[in-house]
Design a protein around this ligand. Structure first.
Ligand code: ACO
Length: 330
């Protein structure tokens, strides 16, 4: 089996900032409520940029960090639940923008777990020797499916993108020790966009009823998120033969600070081992864990043998957890 590592990460956040006080002007809410119930202070909004444009920029950062050009890439995965178009993969649009004709390109729809699903697939293809370098991108324009008249959802979501290169190259990077994936469609209607798919195609009626926006049962998702992340983190650590005390950084999906703190409490993780970006960016779905990972790699001095535990839960329900260990070249 070939060895596989993440050898470069990147991210992109649009410039426009939507603060809690901006939201106070749109819905009946307050900065105090949002901060105390979610931890979010602000989020970024893509005004004129699409999911593919943000994803392309994040991918360019990851390629630069990896020291590769687009010509080195064998496959492109794009995790998103906010594609540019229906019936056309955003991966194809990004492939064209990056100038990689003939490279296969595929969208992954696994909501907030999409980035880890993409890394899982890339890791399997690299380890099997099928490909050498795979670009995994997660990009979301959640503002396009957010109802800014619904205070229970509009406070949560933001836009942004992340990317990484999964590679067989013998250079420093994050070795993918394991990734465990899961899903349970029983919870499909706990959070979703009801209209716009073939079951309920877009119509004047669906637009009038706001069915093209995210709808969710927030407290149900909250409890499921804590439970599923705890379960899958435990399984992932066990599979690697690691203890909680071996983990240097917990990099969780950024849905709600209280979800992250509840998870940390169950494991006894100290606050200074938590990778938190939700205050600045809110929940960016598939991109959230990638943005957090990229900020960690840029801002903390990650050393060889340090272990990162990644975990996510998203609509579907989907979940994923895994351990990455920083390694120098052999
Ligand atoms: N401002 C003020 N009050 C509010 C707001 C708001 N923005 N939103 C809700 N409230 C009110 C409610 O109306 C309710 O009032 P009531 O008691 O008079 O009925 C009260 O606050 C409590 O509402 P809850 O929904 O019970 O509040 P909760 O503490 O559960 O927080 C939240 C809601 C923030 C949505 C939380 O449940 C959550 O974060 N859930 C997880 C959501 C999530 O992660 N979703 C994304 C999944 S990821 C993906 O795939 C995209």
């Amino acid at each position: 089996m070939t060895s596989s590592k993440i050898i470069g990460t990147g991210s992109y956040l649009p410039e426009k900032v939507l603060t809690n006080s901006d939201l106070e002007g749109l819905v009946d809410t307050s900065n105090d409520w949002i901060v105390s119930r979610t931890g979010i202070e602000q989020r970024r909004i893509a005004e004129n940029e699409s999911t593919s444009e943000m994803g392309t920029k994040a991918a360019q950062c990851a390629l630069e960090k990896a020291g590769l050009s687009i010509d080195d890439i064998d496959f492109i995965f794009v995790a998103t639940c906010t594609p540019d178009y229906q019936a056309l993969s955003t991966a194809c649009i990004i492939q064209n923008a990056l100038g990689a004709p003939h490279v296969p390109a595929l969208d992954i729809q696994a909501t907030c777990s999409g980035y880890l699903y993409g890394i899982f697939l890339a890791n399997s293809l690299v380890k099997s020797g099928t490909f050498n370098n795979i670009l995994v991108i997660a990009s979301e324009k959640l503002s396009s499916i957010t109802n800014y008249q619904d205070r229970s959802t509009c406070i949560l979501f933001g836009d942004g993108a992340a990317a990484c290169v999964v590679s067989s190259a013998n250079q420093a990077g994050l070795k993918i020790r394991n990734l465990l994936l899961g899903a349970n469609g029983k919870f499909a209607t706990s959070g979703f966009v009801p209209a716009g798919g073939c079951k309920t195609p877009a119509s004047i009626d669906t637009v009038n009823k706001g069915l093209h926006y995210i709808q969710m049962t927030g407290n149900e998702i909250f409890k499921l998120a804590v439970r599923k992340m705890e379960e899958s983190c435990k399984k992932s650590l066990e599979a690697c033969g690691l203890q909680v005390s071996d983990v240097n950084w917990l990099v969780p999906h950024q849905a709600n600070l209280r979800i992250i703190e509840a998870l940390a409490k169950r494991f006894g993780f100290p606050q200074d081992k938590l990778c938190i970006t939700i205050r600045k960016y809110g929940n960016t779905s598939a991109a959230s864990i990638g943005i957090a990972l990229d900020e960690l790699m840029r801002n903390k001095n990650i050393q060889p043998s340090q272990n990162l535990l990644l975990t996510s839960v998203g609509f579907g329900l989907t979940w994923a957890s895994g351990v990455l260990t920083y390694q120098n070249p052999l």
